[in-house]
Design a binder for this molecule. Structure first.
Ligand code: AMP
Length: 217
């Protein structure tokens, strides 16, 4: 199955995508992760992207499309994929169609993970990644046992550079102005499924699996 995840920063796209890929043979394609990787590796593309990412602004369509085009051709995506964080505006959505068509693919479902703004803020400021396991955690919401498991494995709780209050505010504004119009775009195309993104990760996952018509594992 080929899925697009829509949702504001902090709506749980990454967490849910990780779980879906673990249970079903799909690959998560997160443009945010690909860009962070390019920044870490210090590639020219990464250096160009970093300033805009640090400011919470979108990176140029050209850069992101180049990353996506390269990945979408790869054979490891045969079992399906989840686009997490892409497309981020209407022009990226329009550019995606011909890229998929080149490889004879099309999107099966677009899922909006819907979460209220005040909850998003708490999720984003509390978000951490375990340096050892890569697990996404939240200092406000994760069970203490999961946080302890990371620390006992010798891990550190890493915070993303763009998860500070000022950048978060900007990212939410950019979402409202540039990404939210995609909700209507996909609604008009009859592809949109809306999932209530509030509650525990398990609850949201159950709704998501149901909305996608998959059988829970
Ligand atoms: P994310 O991990 O999806 O929250 O993305 C982190 C940052 O990477 C965003 O704030 C943008 O600066 C950049 N980014 C990720 N995906 C895209 C995209 N599809 N288009 C433009 N910029 C993106």
């Amino acid at each position: 199955m080929r899925i697009v995840f829509l949702g504001a920063p902090g709506s749980g796209k990454g967490t849910q995508a990780q779980r879906l890929t673990a249970d079903f043979s799909m690959v998560q394609l997160s443009t945010g992760d690909l860009l962070r990787e390019a920044v870490r590796a210090g590639t020219p593309l990464g250096l160009q992207a970093k300033k805009r990412m640090d400011a919470g602004e979108l990176v140029s369509d050209d850069i992101v499309l180049a990353l996506i085009r390269e990945k979408l051709g790869s054979p490891e995506l045969r079992g399906g994929f989840i686009l997490d964080g892409f497309p981020r505006n209407v022009s990226q959505a329009q550019a995606l169609e011909p890229v998929l068509a080149e490889t004879g693919q099309r999107i099966d479902a677009v899922v909006l993970i819907d979460v209220d703004l005040d909850i998003l803020m708490k999720r984003l400021t509390g978000r951490r990644t375990c340096s050892v396991t890569g697990k996404l955690l939240n200092i406000h919401f994760s069970p203490q046992a999961e946080i302890d498991a990371c620390l006992q494995a010798g891990g550190e709780l890493l915070q993303r550079a763009d998860d500070n209050e000022q950048t978060i505010g900007n990212r939410l504004r950019v979402y409202r102005e540039q990404t939210e119009p995609l909700v209507q775009h996909y609604q008009r195309a009859g592809q949109l499924r809306v999932v209530d993104g509030e509650g525990t990760a398990d609850e949201v996952y159950a709704r998501l699996v149901n909305a996608l018509g998959l059988r829970a594992k």
